[in-house]
Design a protein around this ligand. Structure first.
Ligand code: SF4
Ligand code: F3S
Length: 106
């Protein structure tokens, strides 16, 4: 399965949702997640993310392992998103900032 990781937080570009053939993205206030039971591992979303926040769970960068659980948990709580929308207002400024998990809103 594919996993949305920390750099999506406070950016949420949403390019990823447009390409998913099974519509398995779920949206929170400043982050979105992939439902692990619905993702078919097609890898189409990975290159679409301007923030490079999407990875296969087998290729997660160091320190991002906690996002496997977080995607599974939040996909059960948040509503589905299938259409691209505007990125968050300061997306460029937050792209690449470390420690954004502190800013995750639920
Ligand atoms: Fe959707 Fe494919 Fe990305 Fe999984 S890997 S979230 S199925 S686009
Ligand atoms: Fe997030 Fe990248 Fe999608 S920033 S909303 S994973 S395009």
């Amino acid at each position: 399965t594919f996993v949305v990781t920390e750099n999506c937080i406070k950016c949420k570009y949403t390019d990823c949702v447009e390409v998913c053939p099974v519509d398995c993205f779920y949206e929170g206030p400043n982050f979105l997640v992939i439902h692990p039971d619905e993702c078919i591992d097609c890898a189409l979303c990975e290159p679409e993310c301007p923030a490079e926040a999407i990875f296969s769970e087998d290729e997660l960068p160091a320190g991002q392992e906690k996002f496997i659980e977080l995607n599974a948990e939040l996909a059960e709580e948040w509503p589905n998103i299938t259409e691209m929308k505007d990125k968050l207002p300061d997306a460029e400024e937050w792209d690449g900032v470390e420690g954004k998990i502190e800013h995750l809103e639920r």
